[in-house]
Design a binder for this molecule. Structure first.
Ligand SMILES: Nc1nc2c(ncn2[C@@H]2O[C@H](COP(=O)(O)OP(=O)(O)O)[C@@H](O)[C@H]2O)c(=O)[nH]1
Ligand SMILES: [Mg+2]
Length: 725
């Protein structure tokens, strides 16, 4: 085998520990990942019949909502052992942990978790759909994670498929490191379909001991020879293998096994990307793909592991892939199964995780993301908990195991305090590993429970969703009082509401999102704040003569005392100010008033009937009077926004921003075919922006927003702003 695990531990059964391959399936939605996983499992023999996404009976789309939607919304894992030596390349077992991910950009959080859990990726694209901007974004995600990857081209049996064209597109988009290992041959003819082995430049059926070779059609000869030369030369360059170079130059016959070790080294660098065709319905190309994963893919020992810290934030010695080290593992995902309860998918990086052991659980996102440590959204936490049963997952089911060694992926039952992204470690040696970068949810929806009395259930259901999915944020807006659910987009929102209903039994209503408006005075006004009640008993008497004027944005409130000769007694001057401040907090039209100056220049008092309360009332009435005279301006929040998208969509993005009353502040060409636009945009216009940008930039857009300031809202829009978006 091409690599050294660096460990000799025995499994509980007594046999040698299997080689492990952790491989995540990534790619745009509908490219065939879930179907490919079915086909692989059928080929390995873990399932008798490949399910169909449309029939809702696949291993990885096991959640109810996925069965209903017919696409994946969850990271799902299938852990299988392969013993067939034609696939594994020798005696011994390869444990293949396959992670299926959603392609829809709303669920990019699941994709990132999958990339963290795996050591390599299958980048799955359809020969029918080709490569678009959204596909490139998935590639960029893999590149950002440094994932070694092979490219699997599906649908090559479809009449509209053109594998050669797809290969050219792949090379144009992803560079010279893209090399075909196999080509499809008469893929749409089930009786005659085969692959062409580029390494051998021959037609190939079966694999290893069952392999049958036959000569290429003369028409294919030149093209395949050319691909072969490029492939082998590049493998040699990437691996630096002198022996192979010699064999190649001397014209020795080479097969896959002769290249396997070099291929593994070349792919491990994430600079060399082998391409394989597959046909799901007939399993064409599937044995070859399995062999590439078993023999040509890097092992957990080759993975560059994330940096590690103590819970206090001190950097620690780098993680080592070894069973002899203390336990360090990451919670790739935690979820709630309707039957089993809490289930967490855990990747062990070092040491051994045993069932029933106590682990330290830590989540410290604030250290890496700049979020406040006590934010309601993944607040920092440290706990100790006993883990429940460990299992090897196959979609929604688990087979119990006693332990998981460094490099393995297992499920852990009943870890109630662990959230997605947390670190599990030895309580004697607690640790925090750098989490992956969690995307920011930017799609707000104001929600409330449809039934009175369900509020408590709703809140606890939301807390759970938030712990499971770092791309969900729940917030009670301090100004509007609304309960706001921030998600990645429309589909993500629907899935979250579906889960709330399914698990917590809470029916949720969505209501228009309110932006926190404020108000200020339109102009200056001189007024008399007068509170005089002297009929019967102890009266109230206070008169405050006041000048009000608006101040520049962000000035807040100024109070000026210009009273001379004790017209307002000293002790009541602060009372007037207090009354104004209280009225400002309430506002005149219902929004807090800001940015004004109040000057108290005269007034009247009564020796018996004046009081603190009466002068507060006078101040408050004075402001109400000023608002009547000068008028009110509604201020709306404006955010500073950056949008990044592929160059070709910038024009559309900018003109859309101006219809959103945005002011474009600048554009930057980022050089990689992408442009960054900076703009100032009213928050009201950003409520649905996540969805709008998705279609404007065809899935290539990302944006960020940050509150900048409040500014006057156009008068003709105030009714709309007050109603919410
Ligand atoms: N003809 C053909 N159809 C395929 C192939 N692979 C997947 N499909 C179909 O493509 C559709 C999308 O597949 P799915 O696995 O859900 O894609 P995912 O979103 O990447 O998981 C389904 O209807 C599959 O049956 C293939 O190799 N050939
Ligand atoms: Mg899928």
């Amino acid at each position: 085998m091409g690599c050294d695990m660096g460990m000799t531990s025995k499994q509980s059964g007594g046999s040698a520990a299997p080689e492990v391959r952790n491989v995540v399936l990534v790619g745009p939605g509908g490219s065939g990942k879930t179907t490919l996983l079915e086909t692989l499992l059928k080929e390995i023999g873990v399932i008798n019949r490949a399910g169909r996404v449309e029939d809702g009976n696949t291993v990885s789309d096991y959640e109810d909502v996925e069965k209903r939607l017919h696409y994946s919304v969850n990271l799902a894992v299938a852990s299988v052992d392969i013993t067939n030596p034609d696939l594994t390349g020798g005696p011994g077992t390869v444990r293949l942990n396959l992670l299926d991910t959603p392609g829809n950009p709303d669920f990019v959080g699941e994709l990132r978790a999958g990339l963290r859990g795996a050591d390599a990726a299958l980048f799955v694209i359809s020969a029918v759909d080709g490569i678009d901007g959204a596909t490139r974004r998935v590639w960029d995600e893999c590149a950002a994670a440094g994932a070694p990857r092979a490219i699997v081209v599906t649908d090559v049996d479809e009449p509209r498929a053109n594998f050669d064209h797809t290969l050219e597109e792949l090379q144009a988009a992803f560079g010279d490191g893209v090399h075909a290992l196999y080509l499809p041959y008469e893929a749409n003819d089930p009786t005659n379909a085969r692959v062409i082995s580029v390494i051998r430049a021959q037609l190939m059926e079966g694999i290893g001991s069952t392999m049958r070779l036959s000569p290429l059609d003369p028409a294919d000869q030149d093209r395949v020879e050319e691909l072969r030369a490029r492939l082998i030369e590049d493998v040699i360059t990437e691996s630096g293998d002198e022996d192979l170079m010699e064999k190649y130059l001397e014209g020795e016959e080479l097969g896959f096994m002769a290249l396997a070790a070099d291929l593994q080294r070349a792919t491990a660098n994430a600079q060399f990307f082998p391409v394989l065709p597959v046909v799901a319905p007939t399993a064409l190309g599937i044995p070859q793909l399995l062999r590439v994963m078993c023999i040509g893919f890097p092992s957990p020992a080759d993975h560059v592991l994330p940096a590690i810290y103590s819970p206090a934030g001190a950097e620690r010695a780098p993680l080592r892939h070894s069973v002899d080290e203390p336990l360090v593992a990451a919670v790739i995902k935690t979820t709630t199964d309707p039957f089993v309860g809490r289930i967490s998918v855990v990747r062990v990086y070092s040491g051994v995780l045993r069932s029933d052991q106590t682990v330290h659980i830590s989540g410290h996102l604030s250290q890496f993301s700049g979020r406040p440590a006590d934010s309601q959204w993944h607040a920092d936490h440290d706990d100790e908990e006993r883990v429940g049963a460990l299992g090897r997952p196959l979609g929604g089911s688990q087979t119990p195991v006693d332990q998981a060694v460094a490099g393995e992926i297992v499920t852990v039952a009943r870890l109630s305090k662990a959230e997605t992204g947390d670190t599990l470690s030895d309580p004697a040696n607690p640790a925090v590993i750098t989490p992956w970068v969690m995307p920011e949810p930017l799609f707000p929806t104001a929600i409330q429970s449809a039934k009175k009395g369900d509020e408590g259930k709703l809140m606890s259901g939301l807390q759970r969703l938030q712990a499971e999915d770092p791309t969900v944020r729940v917030e009670v807006d301090a100004t509007t009082g609304q309960l706001v659910l921030w998600t990645m987009g429309e589909q993500h929102l629907q899935v979250m509401l579906d889960r709330l209903k399914g698990r917590s039994g809470v029916e949720v209503q969505t209501v228009p999102v309110l932006v926190p408006l404020r108000e200020t005075l339109k102009g200056k006004a001189e007024v008399q704040g007068k509170h005089v009640k002297q009929s019967g008993g102890h009266g109230q008497y206070a008169v405050a003569e006041l000048r009000f004027e608006p101040l520049p944005q962000g000035s807040g409130f100024e109070f000026v005392d210009e009273v001379v000769g004790g017209a307002v007694p000293r002790q009541y001057i602060p009372s007037v100010e207090k009354g104004i401040v209280a009225q400002m907090a309430k506002g005149i039209t219902g929004y807090p008033m800001v940015d004004i100056r109040a000057t108290l220049y005269h007034g009247k008092a009564h020796s018996v009937d004046s009081s603190d309360a009466a002068f507060q009332m006078a101040g408050s009435l004075g402001l109400q009077e000023a608002a009547k005279k000068a008028g009110i301006v509604i201020l709306e929040p404006v955010d500073s926004v950056t949008v990044e998208c592929d160059d070709e969509y910038v024009g559309g993005v900018m003109s859309d921003l101006s219809t959103r009353r945005g002011r474009v502040k600048g554009t930057d060409q980022l050089g990689n075919g992408r442009t960054k636009v900076t703009a100032e945009v009213p928050a009201y216009e950003l409520v649905r922006y996540a969805t709008a940008l998705r279609s404007l930039a065809r899935g290539t857009g990302v944006f960020s927003r940050e509150y900048l300031h409040h500014e006057p809202a156009p008068a003709h829009l105030t009714d709309k702003l007050v109603a919410g978006a």
